[in-house]
Design a protein around this ligand. Structure first.
Ligand code: SAH
Length: 240
């Protein structure tokens, strides 16, 4: 259960952060990252943590999501709604299986959204996969602490039973490296006259999905960026 970071984005209620800390400690997780929390720390937060104060004390606080994810080679976003843009999706059990394969070689993040509005589309696009907890289609949004509980419980179960598949030990690209590739790709497509600015969002979304699915390692990222630089007519790889 090492190398698993629970990331909460712009949580409104301190009490929910406390409930998340408790759920995490119950399930042997200890790394909490808060992105621009509205209220933290509060008395209610401490009370709801109920003995999991150590997780709150060690929690890292970030200005934005990129900062919280920069060293992560696998990012999974929890979403109550299935979005119109199809993005690779997992249920909590599949999610646990995948996460435990990856923690051997790198840092993994599970990202949870705001109480009212969840995660934005842009934030979901930063994720390699989405995890959805099956629920009543007419009432599918769980309380934040409950959602973290369910996902963490599956991790705990999977870790006890041992992973069914061999661990993946390749050095996969981190979120920051993937972002660097996307920026370079967008620029290169513009430079070679391929990108129609009116359709660039849609195209970039499709391309991101493709590259996330491919899960490139660092050598592959370097090769791709070398190709982009060559297409741009430059010798050395472009920096972000
Ligand atoms: N009203 C929001 C839900 C907010 S609940 C919306 O419709 O998106 C707060 C967070 O808990 C969500 O952003 C998500 O990360 C998690 N969550 C709640 N219900 C979930 C579910 N059924 N599956 C996966 N994550 C869920």
């Amino acid at each position: 259960m090492e190398n698993i970071r629970i990331v909460l984005v712009e949580t409104s209620h301190g009490g929910n952060i406390g409930a998340v800390a408790r759920a995490m400690k119950n399930m042997c997780l200890n790394e909490l990252a808060l992105v621009a929390p509205r209220q933290f720390p509060t008395e209610e937060c401490m009370a709801r943590a109920s003995g999991a104060d150590d997780i709150l004390q060690e929690a890292s606080v970030h200005q934005n999501l990129d900062e919280a994810l920069v060293d992560c080679s696998l990012v999974i976003g929890a979403s109550a709604r299935l979005r119109s843009v199809s993005w690779p999706q997992l249920d909590p059990r599949e999610c646990a299986e995948l996460v435990l394969q990856r923690t051997v070689s790198g840092q993994v993040a599970l990202v949870f959204g705001r109480e009212r509005t969840g995660l934005s589309n842009a934030e979901l696009e930063r994720c390699n996969y989405l995890v959805n907890i099956p629920a009543n289609p007419d009432y599918s949004s769980l309380n934040l602490g409950m959602a973290v509980q369910v996902v963490s419980y599956e991790l705990m179960m999977a870790s006890q039973h041992g992973s069914r598949t061999a661990p993946d030990t390749r050095e996969l690209a981190g979120a920051g490296d993937m972002q660097g590739l996307f920026n370079h790709l967008e620029q290169a497509l513009e430079d070679i006259g391929f990108l129609d600015p009116r359709k660039s969002d849609k195209l970039m979304r499709r391309l991101k999905r493709l590259f996330y699915r491919a899960e490139p390692d660092m050598d592959e990222i370097k090769i791709l960026r070398g190709i982009l630089s060559a297409a741009q007519g430059r010798k050395s790889a472009r920096r972000e």
